[in-house]
Write a new protein. Structure first.
Length: 603
């Protein structure tokens, strides 16, 4: 009886998916399972290959057929004899012993009666959705409330190097953290063999899904006619700029072909819109740490960028993209109307991680603006507390988790508390919601990282043009230099008329923020005064540790009499006792305006 590959037990399914190319290389035809096992053993001598070969020998009545177009079909004596659809997360690679039953008659096959003991097809999405719902309703931590910042980047395929997207990214990331894998690379059995290694016996794989487009002309329920005569498209050549390549070598314009499906006639273009399919398939993959003998390049270490510098770099990149950052009030939020992210003052956060984790969450929302990704959760006008609002929060939550893996900035898992029940309701209604959310969160991550890369390229360009790599001594911080010294080292770029500010000032490769004024000298002075002010702010006894820096020297303070008066108490506290004087004890505000990463001021 012909059976879908996905309905095979895990060993046979993996064998067909991983090794059928070996039989295809020998040519089309029918290969009894024992013969196919011999072909596998002749090529591979790994424990994993031997286990899979033994599984095929245990079903001598099975047949693997290689079709002329290299597609594969499988015939078994009786599917009831097979252990169908076992859980790939829990199934180890051990031989499956089965006893073939008598072949069913053609009449029985035609009726397609389901076997009474056949397990229902596995629903990968429903399984993961059910786990999330169960965690919400039982008060447990959500599956993704894990230390994503400890990962060495997002899960990616070991061969292509491409990062897994959507729900696959969530599932593989969670398994990696649960198992303690530090290598983010994953592969199928075949890919492990192609890399010169093998999956260790007893290792458990992880099921993921892959979606491929299937053009309508590949469907069996679609009929093509040319001038009333049935035709078929050449599977290898398909359709290109020359036209539709038909079996037999004829090439014709697509407009000449009539498409028939379910009693209806379509033109070629109508069929492309109405009948093309997305075909989902499940695959089992293994982490690189579950394999041996792989010929893989060593993992490149993640860039060791201080958390606050990386966070500020991301904020600057989004500011370059038009987002305004302000520090005000007690709540963090993104305002689509003003394209503005509001954050509480930095000293109100318990840690630098909390500050930048919150900023990242709001940046996730900002990616949904109409001029960016045009996401319904932002552009749809959903009221606070509505289902649409909660769905957008789910996307920002996953964005924060994914960005954590990429940047090392921990995501703030306190953000989601108010939305848990709304999420549970949405997931119960639609098993695809969590996967849509993950896919859109992944697009948001790619958007922000792309803007960060644009910023770094811009800084490198400016640095190379205006300063050069060996001409500036950057051993001192800007607030340790006089304004005259700072102006000789710093450089500024004139911003365009649509930016809203006049200048962006750089110190080496570091952006110190924006300034206004017609003359570049005025821009230098604005930024330098801000740096000195922020250093004084960080030297207050009650300032958090992540804001502290060295004290500006007296000869630097001499450039700013107003700051000396404003911060007299802080300055006196740094002087020897004999020279201290009594002053009032104000707690002056910080200067306002765009700032560098460690400044307690509005960006």
């Amino acid at each position: 009886m012909n059976i879908e590959v996905d309905d095979l037990n895990p060993d046979l399914r993996l064998g067909v998916q991983a090794y059928s190319f070996l039989a295809a290389d020998r040519g089309s035809g029918a290969y009894p399972f024992p013969d196919f096992a011999d072909i596998v053993n002749a090529r591979y001598n790994s424990p994993n290959a031997r286990a899979i070969a033994d599984a095929f020998r245990a079903v001598p009545g099975g047949v693997l057929t290689i079709n002329p177009d290299r597609t594969v079909s499988v015939d078994l004596p009786d599917p009831r004899a097979m252990a169908l659809q076992q859980d790939a997360l829990d199934e180890s690679l051990t031989p499956v012993a089965t006893t073939p039953a008598p072949t069913r008659s053609a009449q029985e096959v035609a009726r397609k009666e389901p076997a009474p003991d056949k397990a229902p097809p596995r629903d990968f999405r429903q399984e993961f959705t059910d786990k999330v719902i169960a965690a919400i309703e039982s008060g447990q931590a959500l599956p993704w409330d894990k230390p994503w910042h400890t990962m060495q980047g997002l899960p990616r395929n070991a061969v292509s190097g491409k990062t897994y997207a959507g729900g696959n990214r969530v599932v593989l990331g969670l398994v990696a953290m649960e198992k303690g894998y530090t290598d983010p690379r994953w592969m199928t059995v075949k890919q492990s063999n192609d890399l010169g290694g093998f999956v260790r016996k007893g290792e458990k794989g992880v099921m993921i899904e892959r979606w491929d487009s299937k053009p309508f002309w590949q469907r069996r329920d679609v009929e093509l006619k040319l001038g009333g005569r049935p035709v078929m498209v050449d599977a290898k050549r398909g359709v290109d700029a020359a036209g539709v390549h038909l079996v037999g070598g004829q090439v014709v314009p697509a407009a000449q072909i009539t498409v028939k499906h379910d009693g209806k006639d379509y033109t070629w273009k109508q069929a492309e819109r109405a009948l093309d399919l997305l075909v989902g398939r499940n695959y089992v993959v293994f982490n690189a740490e579950q394999c041996e003998g792989l010929k893989l390049e060593p993992l490149a270490p993640r860039q060791d960028i201080p958390m606050d510098k990386r966070g500020e770099q991301l904020m600057t990149a989004m500011q370059e993209d038009g987002v305004r950052f302000v520090h005000q009030g007690s709540q963090a939020y993104y305002s689509p109307a003003g394209d503005l992210i509001a954050l509480p003052q930095r000293e109100t956060f318990k840690s630098v991680e909390g500050y930048y984790g919150t900023a990242l969450h709001e940046m996730g929302h900002a990616t949904g603006a109409e001029k960016r990704l045009n996401r319904d959760g932002i552009t749809g006008g959903h009221a606070f507390g509505s289902e649409g609002y909660a769905r957008e929060e789910l996307r920002a939550e996953l964005f924060s988790a994914f960005m954590s893996a990429e940047t090392g900035i921990p995501h703030d898992d306190d953000q989601h508390t108010a939305y848990l029940q709304s999420w549970a309701k949405a997931l119960k209604q639609d098993k695809n919601e969590i996967f849509r959310a993950a896919a859109e969160a992944g697009k948001a991550v790619d958007y922000v990282l792309g803007k960060e890369q644009d910023l770094l390229q811009k800084i490198d360009r400016i640095y190379g043009q205006l300063v050069g790599p060996d001409t500036a001594d950057l051993s001192k911080a800007p607030h340790e230099l006089t304004i005259a010294e700072f102006s000789k080292i710093a450089h500024a770029e004139k911003l365009g008329p649509g930016h809203g500010r006049q200048w962006e000032v750089f110190y080496g490769k570091e952006s110190l923020g924006f300034a206004d004024g017609l003359a570049i000298e005025g821009a230098y002075r604005q930024v330098h005064e801000r740096e000195v002010n922020n250093a004084l702010y960080g030297n207050q006894p009650d300032s958090p540790d992540f804001l502290r820096k060295s004290m500006p020297p007296p000869h630097v303070l001499a450039d700013y009499p107003a700051l000396q008066k404003l911060w007299a108490r802080v300055i006196d506290a740094q002087q020897p006792d004999a020279t201290k004087h009594q002053h009032p004890a104000p707690h002056p505000p910080q200067l306002r305006g765009p700032a560098r990463r460690d400044a307690e001021i509005e960006r």
